[in-house]
Design a protein around this ligand. Structure first.
Ligand code: NAP
Length: 223
């Protein structure tokens, strides 16, 4: 994959999960635009990542910052990495910008404070809500719900797999191919309705994390 030819926008990329994705994708050579509600915040996060790239010997990372809608406009493919409480409003803010594109939704519909309890929303899942909100002209792919940001933000190999759901198989494959570049195994896991399973699993993993003091993930066997 010619990673330098692909611009990835990360909406809410100043946060834990988005920053981890930005770090991995930029290091793999993708052009990354970190999005935020606050343009200065996005640019600050982009500068920090570029500095990390230089001090870590990764070379000159292609990273910039913009407000969320501008990041979505400039991107070929968009990740949405915001808390569920901000999901609907964030999707509204990029609705026009992402028409015709692939949008990767990483959202887990957690309901604080009881985040260790599965509480899926009316509408089935965050992934289904995203597809409904953005419309049929947007290929929503749901992924990454079961990967802890701590892993993405480290230099270690990511020792877990990713369930990739969405109604468009080519879009799912595109996301799986991108994940492969950052050494994460993604698996076709069916239509967007199945995002509910990956989203629900996160609360199971949160229980395991508490019990075993870790950042647990999942592995698919037999493939
Ligand atoms: N953290 C993990 O380990 C993990 C793992 C798997 C999946 N996820 C999912 O990934 C998503 C992001 O998680 P996170 O831990 O990175 O979240 P986070 O750090 O709490 O927030 C991410 C970004 O969302 C933006 N945001 C926060 N509140 C907002 C609001 N009210 N309206 C609009 N934007 C808001 C902020 O960006 P600005 O202030 O710059 O706009 C923030 O930096 C969540 O849906 C989470 O369930 C997280």
């Amino acid at each position: 994959m010619e990673t330098s030819a692909i611009t990835v926008g990360i909406i809410g990329g100043t946060g834990d999960l988005g920053a981890g994705l930005a770090r991995r994708l930029a290091r793999a050579g993708f052009k990354v635009i970190i999005g935020s509600r606050n343009e200065n915040g996005a640019q600050g996060a982009a500068e920090a990542l570029k500095n990390l790239g230089e001090t870590s010997g990764w070379g000159a990372l292609q990273v910039s910052g913009a407000n969320n809608p501008e990041a979505a406009i400039a991107a070929d493919l968009v990740f949405v990495t915001v808390p569920f409480s901000a999901h609907g409003a964030t999707l509204d803010s990029i609705h026009e910008a992402v028409q015709g594109k692939v949008v990767v939704d990483v959202t887990v519909p957690l309901v604080p404070p009881k985040v260790a309890r599965v509480q899926l929303p009316e509408g089935g899942s965050a992934g289904q809500l995203a597809q409904a909100a953005l419309g049929d002209n947007v290929r929503v792919v749901s992924a990454m719900q079961n990967v802890a940001a701590a892993h993405l933000n480290s230099d270690d190999m990511i020792d877990c797999d990713v369930l990739v759901t969405g109604n468009n198989k080519e879009a799912r494959q595109q996301v799986i191919d991108i994940l492969q570049v950052i050494e994460v195994r993604g698996f076709h896991a069916g239509m967007i309705n199945n995002a509910a399973a990956a989203e629900a699993l996160t609360s199971i993993l949160i229980n395991i994390n508490k019990q075993y003091k870790t950042h647990a993930g999942i592995r698919i066997t037999g493939v």
